[in-house]
Write a new protein. Structure first.
Length: 173
């Protein structure tokens, strides 16, 4: 059973956060192990499994990046770790940003940090604008996997930009 089935909600890149939270709390109460202490060991194990499933489902579906990776894996669009490739033009852009980060290591420059932060924000906004129609198309018809390669690219690029942002954080202070 996948997390969407468990929560009885449609597979979607955008979920109603409030409905998700309410479903989580309802299932947390329903499957709380303390309510099953007098049951058989098998029943207790089942409830513990369902309680764990509820927690994992909520963590995954409640986080945009985790949910995206989960859906892409669920529909078979995401390859094994390390097999997905980023476009060469994107990698060239990122190489320039990484070079800027390396320069900061040896020559701290607050203005350069601001410039790189701005470049990252602009790139993130550009990527979000590109992927928005693909996400909307899937949400409207989850059986239509057209465009999911673009969503995989977006996910991988976003993760790459996050790593750059984390490295940039070392120089931001």
């Amino acid at each position: 059973m996948n997390y969407f089935e468990f929560y009885e909600i449609p597979v979607s890149f955008s979920v109603d956060a409030e409905a998700l939270r309410k479903r989580f709390y309802a299932l947390s109460k329903k499957y709380h192990p303390d309510f099953y202490t007098l049951e058989s060991e098998e029943k207790q194990a089942e409830i513990l499994h369902l309680s764990t499933l509820n927690n994992e489902a909520y963590k995954t579906l409640g986080d945009e990046d985790r949910r995206m990776k989960y859906i892409l894996s669920l529909v078979g669009a995401m390859g094994e770790e390390g097999t997905n490739k980023l476009p060469p033009d994107f990698l060239m852009e990122m190489m320039e940003m990484n070079e800027g980060l390396m320069e900061l290591e040896f020559d701290p420059d607050p203005a350069a940090v601001i410039t790189i932060q701005k470049q990252l924000s602009e790139k993130e906004a550009e990527l979000e604008a590109e992927v928005a129609p693909l996400l909307a198309r899937f949400d409207a018809d989850p059986t239509n996997n057209e465009g999911l390669d673009g969503v995989v690219d977006y996910y991988l690029k976003k993760r790459y930009l996050l790593r750059i942002r984390e490295n940039l954080g070392k120089f931001a202070s």
